[in-house]
Design a protein around this ligand. Structure first.
Ligand SMILES: [Fe+2]
Ligand SMILES: [Fe+2]
Length: 167
C-alpha cells in the first residue's frame, strides 16, 4: 500500500496549490484595503457619538494588519509570491469617507459590509481547503472568527442607532 505521508499541500499537485494561493492572495488584498479604510475612518470621524467607533476601528487596524501578515506568510509557505502594490485594485467603494465626517452610520454600515465580504471569502477558503490543506484551513478559521466578532460588534452599534430611529 502506498504511503500517504508527505502528500500534503506542499507535495500535492501544483494546480491545487496555486488555487489556494490565489484564494489567499485575494484575502491578503482584502485585509490591506481594510487597513486603509479603517485608518481613514478612525481618523476622519468627528463628534462625541463617533468616539466609540473611532476607538474600535483604530484597534481593528492592528488586527487586520496582523491578518494580512498571516495571509502573506502562508502564500510564501505555499511557494507563492506576495504581490506588489501595483497589483492592488480597490473594491471598498462603500468605505470611502462620507460627505459629513459626523456620519457615523455610513461608517458602521461600511464596516459591516467589509466584514461580511471577508466572512464570505474566508468561509469559501475553509470549504475549498477542507481535506486539502488543513494548515491553511486552521489559520483561516481563526481569522474568520475575528471577522465574525468584528461584524457582531458593529451590528450592535447599528442596532443602537436603529432603535433611536437614526438609521
Ligand atoms: Fe481581517
Ligand atoms: Fe475584520
Amino acid at each position: 500500500m502506498e504511503s500517504t505521508a508527505g502528500k500534503g499541500i506542499l507535495d500535492g499537485d501544483q494546480a491545487t496549490r496555486e488555487k489556494v494561493v490565489a484564494l489567499l492572495t485575494k484575502a491578503y488584498w482584502m485585509e490591506i484595503e481594510t487597513v486603509m479604510s479603517y485608518i481613514s475612518a478612525s481618523t476622519n470621524l468627528d463628534g462625541v457619538r463617533a468616539q466609540e467607533i473611532r476607538e474600535s476601528l483604530a484597534e481593528d487596524v492592528g488586527e487586520e494588519l496582523g491578518h494580512a501578515k498571516q495571509f502573506a506568510t502562508r502564500i510564501k509557505e505555499l511557494y507563492g509570491v506576495v504581490p506588489g502594490s501595483e497589483d492592488f485594485a480597490p473594491e471598498q467603494s462603500f468605505l470611502q469617507p462620507p460627505g459629513e465626517q459626523t456620519d457615523v452610520i455610513h461608517v458602521i454600515r461600511g464596516v459591516i459590509k467589509a466584514e461580511t465580504g471577508a466572512i464570505e471569502h474566508y468561509t469559501r477558503i475553509v470549504e475549498e481547503t477542507d481535506g486539502v490543506d488543513p494548515v491553511t484551513q486552521d489559520m483561516v478559521i481563526a481569522i474568520l472568527r475575528d471577522e465574525q466578532g468584528h461584524r457582531r460588534l458593529f451590528e450592535g452599534f447599528l442596532r443602537e442607532y436603529e432603535l433611536e430611529g437614526k438609521a
